[in-house]
Design a protein around this ligand. Structure first.
Ligand code: PXL
Length: 279
């Protein structure tokens, strides 16, 4: 069985980061290993959240894994709460990467043109380094703009995405996949570029008029697990886009849906079915 190490926080309540990544990775038939960077009582949209940083423990955990000969087919990183955590992740990537390891980075920093609470320009600069050593990065448009120092625009066209992807590939990422990239009214999806030949690709879905916390984590963990299962990159991103869109739709159709996250638990059987078609 393939094995993914995911490095991100545990938000105990709130359905995001590891509480989404682990069930998705398991449902897709991949062994999930977690390295929590911090424990949050809830995600950061809740007021007065409590945080316990685990950054000092991360290296000791990793060293014990290394001493036990534990290896990973992929390293998938999500929300990292501080520059120190990014630096630790950079060391861990060096420690565990070999020629077959997929390094998949979701540079979680912000949305809708703004950084999430607790992040600043210095954090963005350090994230450039992590993105530069990744095989695949999956920023949303806000994150892509921050990483490349590009003005964030609500009105966008293909040339804007090509420019952002080109700059991110110049930073070193082998493949850049922008999320939330709309190519026409009423649609949204992904727009990607492979650095080696600047070949671009895109996949569009009907836009669901709602936005929920945790959907980026759902998308990234699905795509990372699909790729580790050997599904071709284009298909992996198609599965991730479709699954995320279906989950938002399912959440909206529940009149009592939570405000803080999506009902991905109800769509996991669908994900298993979608994945099986590509294996
Ligand atoms: O979904 C990304 C995420 C993960 N973890 C924490 C967050 C967020 C987004 O805000 O606050 C703690």
């Amino acid at each position: 069985m393939k094995r993914i190490l995911t490095i991100q926080d545990i938000s105990c309540f709130g359905k995001c980061s590891i509480t989404i990544a682990l069930p998705v990775i398991s449902a897709m038939g991949v062994e999930g290993v977690i390295l929590p960077t911090a424990l949050f009582s809830t995600h950061t949209l809740f007021p007065d959240f409590k945080k316990i940083s685990l950054s000092e423990q991360m290296m000791a955990f990793a060293e014990q894994w290394k001493n036990n000969g534990i290896k990973f087919d992929a390293i998938y990183t999500g929300y990292l709460g501080s520059i120190e955590e990014i630096d630790t992740v950079l060391l861990l990537v060096d420690m565990f990467r070999d020629e077959n390891t997929l390094v998949f980075v979701d540079p979680v920093m912000g949305d809708n043109g703004k950084l999430y609470r607790g992040f600043d320009e210095k954090y963005v600069i350090r994230n450039r380094k992590l993105c530069g050593c990744a095989d695949i990065i999956v920023p949303n448009i806000t994150e892509a703009c921050m990483l490349t120092g590009t003005k964030y625009r609500e009105e966008r066209e293909e040339a804007y995405y090509v420019d952002l992807c080109g700059k991110l590939c110049d930073m070193g990422a082998k493949t850049t996949v922008l999320t939330g990239a709309s190519l026409s009214d009423g649609k949204t999806g992904v727009f990607g570029m492979r650095a080696s030949d600047r070949e671009t690709f895109s996949y569009q879905n009907d836009k669901v008029a709602a936005s929920f916390h945790g959907t980026g984590d759902l998308f990234a963990s699905t795509a990372a697990a699909a790729m580790v299962r050997g599904i071709a990159m284009g298909d992996a991103f198609r599965i991730a886009s479709d699954y995320t869109a279906e989950t938002i739709r399912a959440t909206m159709s529940n009149p009592d849906h939570p405000w803080y996250g999506v009902d991905f638990e109800s769509t996991l059987p669908m994900l298993i079915g979608m994945t099986a078609k590509y294996l």
